[in-house]
Design a protein around this ligand. Structure first.
Ligand SMILES: [Zn+2]
Length: 236
């Protein structure tokens, strides 16, 4: 196991999330013993039926998960505070929808695609009513369809996907982060959290990506019709 050079360039928190990369095809052939890698092995994923989230693309669309959660060989790991992020492969210009209602906290979309530099990533960040943030990264140039301060609902188009920032192929990086009270999203103390999606097939331990992040190597998930308001969680 060796961290790739691109990963070594990953830095902290928000920047790391927006610049997270995909491993080049064939960069590692190792098949890691996934169950042994913390924190995924001990993670509790929210009940899918009452999940607050829907897939971040339109109903009827299917995408492949290239990189799933807890990948020690790539960028979705504790080192980058992105253990529970997902990379959805999709062509540049694909529609991205809000996975959960909230308020647009930050957007950036002036960088060109394919420059592959960490600091040149475009993104939209949505703040939820419980203080968590959803991050939608690697957007195309001009790909933010919403503005800071705007309210969005689940399923609403908010962006167009791209290949900006530290990325080795067109995809959407999606993660949900929770920060300690008083900390901003740029803090290194913010952690990604396990996420499930209520409008696709069962995934009790999260969506499954390709173990080596190979193109087309993960599983495909279709976005199914959903009720805008998630069902009440038991006991709430
Ligand atoms: Zn990613």
């Amino acid at each position: 196991m060796r961290p790739s050079l691109t990963i070594a360039f990953c830095v902290t928190a928000l920047v790391a999330a927006m610049g997270s990369s995909l491993l080049a095809e064939g960069e590692t052939s190792a098949e890691p013993p996934w169950d042994l890698f913390e924190p995924c092995a001990s993670a509790t994923y929210p009940d899918q039926a009452t999940s607050l989230y829907v897939l971040p693309y339109p109903v009827g669309v299917t995408h492949n998960v290239r990189q799933g959660n807890c990948n020690p060989f790539n960028s979705h790991n504790q080192r980058f505070k992105e253990d529970f992020a997902y990379d959805f492969e999709m062509p540049i210009g694909s529609t991205i929808v809000a996975a959960r209602a909230g308020e647009v906290w930050l957007t950036r979309d002036h960088f060109r695609d394919d420059q592959n530099r960490l600091e040149q990533g475009n993104f939209v960040v949505i703040l939820h009513d419980d203080g968590s943030y959803a991050m939608y990264g690697h957007l195309t140039e001009g790909g933010a369809l919403v503005e800071k301060g705007e309210a969005v609902v689940a399923g609403q188009p908010i962006a167009r996907s791209g290949n900006s920032g530290l990325s080795k192929g067109p995809h959407l990086h999606f993660s949900v982060k929770v920060c300690p009270e008083g900390e901003s999203l740029r803090s290194r103390e913010c952690e990604s959290v396990p996420v499930t999606f209520r409008n696709t097939r069962p995934h009790p331990k999260g969506l499954i990506g390709s173990p080596a992040s190979k193109i087309g190597g993960g599983q495909r998930y279709e976005a199914l019709p959903f009720e805008e308001t998630p069902p009440e969680q038991e006991g709430s």
